[in-house]
Design a protein around this ligand. Structure first.
Ligand code: GAL
Ligand code: ZN
Length: 647
């Protein structure tokens, strides 16, 4: 259940021996290492130094633990770059990035792909069938430091090939892109450039194809590795560690090539950086927003087709956020239990010991740089002890599903059309309201069968592909569509029949105009005689259906036909809470109104409660249940686990 990220190349042989021993004592099962160690594995071209890693694997094995090896492809060494300088990626401003940190490679570089093949093959030959090896992590955090999208000549060539395959003729491309606009028409695929450094915005269809191309490149790059590992390392898993709120490539697609997904959880930094709302940052300074880890657990459980790990768990203050606050006492333990409650298999702490040198010297670990244990060590130890008393059952399907789509994120990014219009923001907003109502949520990709769910939420799906439309048509439960759904064709045009495009077959309404309202609430909707302020987004609707939600001037803002709902505005928290409370009751579910900072989750026959706040809450457990951890009183930052259900 517990793992640790370890960098034996940073420490002396004697220290490594002590460390491995201490890991075993702590209750660690998985040691993840190797992902940045290329310069120690191959210090000179073709000259391999395996001894040090052989020894560590031996030690891990003797200690009865298992190793997860990272392929070191996020950090090509200096000699390799100097031989092929065009491996270095080019940023959006057209500047070539330099050697001296990490992720300094272009996904399209043929030279780099050759090198990747070589090093992965060497590693897999050496360790693929090693007794201590549980499995592999490919590379490290694809796309981190804004490296998925490269604007180099190699990428341009590869993009032209990609377009040729998709469109066949350049005339088809010109039509698909509406290239007649501003005289953008091309005479051949070789004339097409990458969509950066233009005077005004590039053509959105051009942009979208480039984003799709990038997504395919990342997946192909990863496949080079998974193919080799599957062949040379039979019976071992292959995974990748994804990031939070990162949408530059389609994670569902890449996930199909893995055995399960893992992700890297740094709740405090994510709260400050991604929510970017000073008030929330302040409120959740020591705990992180309660739904950020949960959202990603549910997302990656889906990407991993039912299985996920946290490959890196924040152990204390990090070094990369605008402010790097200490987690409140108990949070490392809480985050660990929460991962398990959401069906996670392993929580692996990043990192074993804080490094006194280099870029991450201000990032804590389970141990301090003076080799003494830090706070995270004691919290992990507590979990290791508690785990002995708990047997974790399988995770069941939730009643409520939320559709997440990477292409939708690209459409929003390319054409936000107003302040505050963010796809990830909208999705997270819907998610957090459902969690405040106490629901477990399954996240699904668009096009997945919806059978078996009582309630399905589609926060927004601008491009509705055929499979998604079929799944909506077949679905018998309640389904809610948010704004901008069906607003674009696959080529990024406004649909001929107007939005919501193909959805009109299920729901006869037309969006005839949209407005972005800005961040202030400048409008109001009325639902069941209650008024709710609205900002950010508003749509004008033409339909014969009677509205269920109205603007104050009586025009329709929300509609309902049979079990299908359409919300033609950016709903605020209060509206969604009231609205979903009613819908879920109609669907036969039991919504709660959890106090701020309290969250619950069910895994099989176990129920969990988490207190992300600094006040005591009553544990929402039915009377008389048997507690495995905690009691009826849930202290600040505390966890309770009991046999049974919620309330
Ligand atoms: C992750 C990365 C790790 C480490 C960590 C620091 O993004 O995978 O290597 O840099 O952040 O928080
Ligand atoms: Zn490139």
């Amino acid at each position: 259940m517990l793992g640790v990220c370890y960098y034996p190349e940073h420490w002396s042989t004697e220290q490594v021996q002590k460390d491995i021993h201490l890991m075993r004592e702590l209750g660690i099962h998985f040691v993840r290492m190797g992902e940045f160690a290329w310069s120690r594995i191959e210090p000179k071209p073709g000259q391999f130094e395996w001894r040090w890693l052989d020894e560590v694997l031996e030690l891990v094995d003797h200690a009865g633990m298992k190793a997860v090896l990272g392929t070191p492809t996020a950090t090509p060494p200096k000699w390799l770059i100097d031989r092929n300088p065009d491996i270095l990626p080019v940023d959006k401003e057209g500047r070539r990035r330099k050697f001296g940190s990490r992720r300094h490679y272009c996904f399209s570089s043929p030279a780099y792909r050759e090198e990747v093949r070589r090093i992965v093959e060497e590693m897999a030959k050496r360790y693929g069938e090693h007794q201590a090896l549980a499995g592999w992590q490919t590379d490290n955090e694809y796309g981190c430091h804004d490296t998925a999208r490269c604007y180099c000549p190699r990428c341009q060539e590869a993009f032209q090939e990609w377009l040729k395959e998709h469109y066949g003729t350049v005339e088809t491309l010109n039509t698909a892109w509406g290239a007649v606009f501003w005289s953008q028409e091309y005479g051949s695929f070789e004339e097409v450039e990458l969509p950066n450094l233009t005077s005004a915005d590039p053509n959105p269809s051009h942009y979208l194809d480039y984003y799709r191309f990038v997504s395919d490149q990342v997946r192909n790059f990863n496949r080079i590795q998974t193919n080799i590992l599957r062949e040379l390392s039979p019976g071992r898993f292959v995974t990748h560690n994804f990031m939070a709120f990162f949408t530059d490539f389609d994670h569902f697609a890449l996930g199909e090539d893995l055995d399960f997904a893992t992700w890297d959880s740094y709740p405090l930094g994510h709260t400050e950086v991604f929510l970017a709302q000073p008030e929330l940052t302040r409120r959740y300074a020591g705990t992180g927003h309660p739904d950020i880890p949960a959202f990603h657990h549910d997302l990656y459980r889906s990407i991993g087709r039912g299985r996920f790990w946290v490959m890196e768990q924040q152990p204390g203050p990090v070094n990369w956020a605008p402010s790097n606050v200490s987690p409140a006492p108990g949070m490392i333990r809480l985050w660990t239990w929460e991962t398990l409650a959401h069906g996670g298999e392993v929580v692996s702490y990043f990192r074993w010991r804080q490094a006194p040198f280099a870029q991450e010297q201000m990032h804590t670990g389970l141990f301090r740089p003076d080799f003494s244990p830090d706070v995270g060590f004691y919290e992990a130890k507590q979990v290791a002890g508690e785990l002995k008393a708990v047997e974790l059952p399988h995770t069941q399907r939730a009643h409520v599903a939320l559709i997440v789509d990477y292409e939708a994120a690209w459409v929003y990014e390319i054409q936000p059309h107003g302040k505050g219009v963010s796809y990830a923001g909208l999705v997270f907003h819907f998610y957090t309201v459902l969690r405040q109502l106490g629901f477990d949520i399954d996240i699904l990709s668009a096009g997945t069968s919806l059978e078996g769910y009582e309630l399905v939420i589609v926060p927004s799906l601008p491009i509705i592909h055929k499979k998604a439309l079929e799944s909506f048509t077949d679905f018998k439960g309640i389904i809610v569509f948010g704004p901008r759904t069906g607003s674009k064709t696959e080529n990024f045009h406004i649909p001929q029949e107007l939005p919501p495009g193909p959805l009109q077959a299920l729901f006869p309404l037309k969006i005839v105009r949209v407005e972005s309202l800005g961040l202030e609430n400048t409008d109001t909707v009325v639902w069941q005689e209650k008024e709710y302020p609205v900002g950010i987004w508003k749509e004008w609707i033409e339909t014969d259906i009677q509205p269920e939600v109205e603007w104050t001037d009586g025009r329709g803002a929300g509609f309902h036909k049979d079990s299908i709902y359409y919300l033609a505005f950016w709903p605020n928290d209060e509206f969604l809470l009231d609205f979903f409370a009613q819908l879920t009751s109609e669907a036969g579910l039991k919504p709660l109104r959890l106090p701020a900072g309290l969250r619950v989750r069910v895994r099989g026959d176990l129920a969990f409660a988490f207190n992300f706040s600094d006040v005591v809450h009553k544990t929402p457990a039915p009377p008389g249940v048997h507690f495995l951890i905690g009691t009826t009183e849930l202290k600040p930052y505390d966890v309770a686990v009991w046999k049974g259900t919620i309330q």
